[in-house]
Write a protein that binds this ligand. Sequence first.
Ligand SMILES: Cc1ncc(COP(=O)(O)O)c(C=O)c1O
Length: 349
Amino acid sequence: MTRLFRPNVVCMAGYVPGEQPRGGGFIKLNTNENPYPPSPKVLSAIVEAVTDRLRLYPDPMTTAFREAAASLHGIDPSMILAGNGSDDVLTIITRAFVGPGDPAAYATPSYLLYKTLIQLQDGRAVVVPYSADWTLDLSALKVPGLRLVYIANPDSPSGTAMTRNRIVEILQAVDCPVLVDEAYGDFADPGCHSIPLLKDHPNLMVSRTFSKGYSLAGIRLGYLAASSEIIDQLVKVKDSYNCDALSQAAGVAALGDQPYLAETRSKVIATRTRLALALRALGYEVPESHSNFVWATAGPPAREVFARLKERRILVRLMSYPGYPEGLRVSIGTDEEIDHFLETLREII
Ligand SMILES: Cc1ncc(COP(=O)(O)O)c(C=O)c1O
């Protein structure tokens, strides 16, 4: 049967998402979900949207959502495209820009899905290693015929962020679209955000998600901000109804409750600072994180610690990247969860 598949699909490994255990009782610090609940306003909006209108298809262009997102960022609604999670946005972009044999670049270590998406298109992955200071060597992006660059800012697993000036240098160094994936942007200094660059850089696209800062990984909603010329083309590639009615309602309500976002964000950041210090004190190297997780390497053997933590029902993410020691990516939980994690980690070590 495999002979009937496209060879690139048969050869690729496929993306493996972080474990979602079936049974309860785990402290889940492995997939960068937010430990705090969604805004109560979001929960009410979802309940209000559960009416007999669910028999109708949702708004294919997510009009109310686009208006809300555009107003938050001070841009035109025609510059917003919503997706079924930001992964959907990444898929739409890759399908639109990368064809068989086309080179597309991403930094490493970073989000592994970029490679998977390029492989699905039978494109050619150009892997650009981060420099020691967590910036990119621009000369590595000088690839003839380059079609697309993906940059997670802040990055995962490192948690590090490039300044807006660095992003400008990348936009100027290449002759192709650059996707800045700001899935973790809600936890970063707004000075790193790239949406303000859209007016001067037509090759920029910025993706955002509701899964992290807005505590809504379960509803699957993300969006892209880019020039209306880019969005008009991408609309042709997306599924007709790629965002359901409940997620559209949730998204509008979430964007409308910025004080709630600010409150949960500041709790996550305070816990992040404390966790990074504690891990460094235990001998780990932890880059300065601008996200809702930290990456701990070079300490006690990661694989063994990961397994022992799991035995004690604490899930973190074991991450292996060529050229880097195996490390543990630990999502920021509540203070109680992180206290329990640290206590257990100290016992294991
Ligand atoms: C860097 C990065 N981008 C995008 C995503 C996808 O997020 P979602 O599809 O939930 O919006 C993730 C998920 O963990 C991520 O780490």
